[in-house]
Design a protein around this ligand. Structure first.
Ligand code: RP5
Length: 193
């Protein structure tokens, strides 16, 4: 196998999700996808693949992904963000696009570049930035959950925990305070006089 095509493999077992991004500068956003996949126990690989700077690698990665066992690709890119669309054009596995927040246009350029695919080659487009990266991982897990029961159960558990966390702090003032001083701690009042 061409080792250029493989990224760093993380999580136990053969990678099912390929997390690719246009630049190392996208990592700050895309690490949230990776952390979420780790939390769910979904095996993945990560790799910088640029549509503009390494087009041959992009073609090789996308066209070999299915044969290497990758079942979903998460592609993050910013600015003139061609990576998700070009990857989708060469890969038959589902591609989820994460618009990375750009400095110039706050990610609106990335969002429109990724979401406005012409009919025929779909990219499942998520929100700009961190929220989109987290949701791309959750959506990938939901897709894989159709085939892998343990991933479906991990996703169910994630949802339950998330719900419990919200219900455990119904008072927004308490939530804001515990974010500052730590959960369960109380502010000490100064004695007067
Ligand atoms: C895109 O250009 C990347 O996805 C990145 O978001 C953006 C800027 O890349 P760098 O100039 O920071 O490498 O291809």
């Amino acid at each position: 196998m061409n080792e250029n095509l493989q990224g760093a493999t993380l999580g136990a077992g053969r990678p099912l999700v390929g997390v690719i991004m246009g630049s190392t500068s996208d990592w700050e956003t895309m690490e949230h996808a990776v952390k979420t996949l780790e939390e769910l126990g979904v095996p993945f690989e990560t790799r910088v693949v640029s549509a503009h700077r390494t087009p041959d690698l992009l073609f090789a990665y996308a066209s070999s992904a299915e044969h290497r066992g990758i079942e979903v690709i998460i592609a993050g890119a910013g600015g003139a963000a061609h990576l998700p669309g070009m990857t989708a054009s060469k890969a038959v596995v589902p591609v989820l696009g994460v618009p990375v927040e750009s400095k110039a246009l706050k990610g609106l350029d990335s969002l429109l570049s990724i979401v406005q695919m012409p009919g025929g080659i779909p990219v499942g487009t998520l929100a700009i930035g961190k929220a989109g990266a987290i949701n791309a991982a959750l959506l990938a897990a939901a897709m894989l959950g159709n085939k892998y029961p343990h991933i479906r159960e991990a996703l169910r558990k994630f949802r339950k925990t998330q719900t419990a966390k919200v219900l455990a702090t119904p008072d927004p003032a308490t939530a804001a305070l515990s974010a500052v001083i730590g959960p369960g701690k109380k502010l000490k009042r100064k004695k007067r006089g």
